[in-house]
Design a protein. Structure first.
Length: 206
């Protein structure tokens, strides 16, 4: 991994993702979380201030050293205990059924094997537990989707593997989750990057 991927890209991504333009969506996707939560793609801890008081502990999974250092600054002011439990969302160091819920924000677009990561969350979230996801992805508008396909190679190179054309709903369904709530809309900004999915899914109880 080169200097750009290790040091520069994480800082750029953290700056973009920390934009106040996403505050409403972050607040809404964190609502309803409870108990022990595993957050894959913890980043710089941008979700910490949106966690409701019903969350008793957060297991954080984050591969970037730069992001982990930034997140550590927020731990001291957080009322929610946070424990770093690994670097790879595709191989979680957690026991089966050990979490009440899970959270991913702007992670499925970048993670190398998103389906593997979702299957791991399906394993560690207890039956009946929920996964809350905020993600950008493939637009239903054919013209926007065409631009996403054109821009994706550049996006992958500049944004540490970020994809513009992934379909979060399809990935979650393929991993065995059942949709509870779904909202899809364009946020402010260029449309190829701005089609957001805010979805809560559940691991079936049986």
């Amino acid at each position: 991994m080169g200097l750009y991927q290790r040091q520069i890209a994480p800082r750029l991504i953290n700056r973009v993702c920390a934009s106040s333009a996403f505050d409403r969506d972050r607040s809404l996707i964190c609502a309803g979380l409870t108990g022990t939560v595993v957050e894959v793609g913890f980043g710089a801890g941008n979700n910490l201030r949106f966690y409701p008081p019903t969350v008793t502990k957060v297991y954080a999974v984050e591969p970037s050293e730069v992001s982990r250092r930034e997140a550590a600054k927020r731990f001291a002011t957080s009322s929610t205990p946070v424990e770093l439990v690994g670097l790879d969302g595709q191989s979680l160091q957690l026991a089966d059924d050990s979490c009440d819920a899970a959270l991913m924000t702007f992670t499925l677009c970048t993670i190398e094997d998103p389906l593997a990561a979702l299957r791991e969350l399906h394993r560690v979230v207890r039956p009946g537990g929920r996964l809350h996801v905020l993600e950008h992805g493939r637009s239903p508008d054919a013209k926007v989707a065409a631009w996403q396909r054109r821009l994706e190679p550049l996006e992958i190179a500049l944004a540490d593997g970020c994809h513009l054309t992934r379909d979060p709903v399809a990935l979650l369904t393929d991993a065995g989750f059942v949709t509870v709530t779904l909202d899809q809309h364009y946020a402010k900004g260029p449309k190829p990057w701005a089609y957001l999915t805010r979805i809560v899914v559940e691991r079936p109880a049986s």
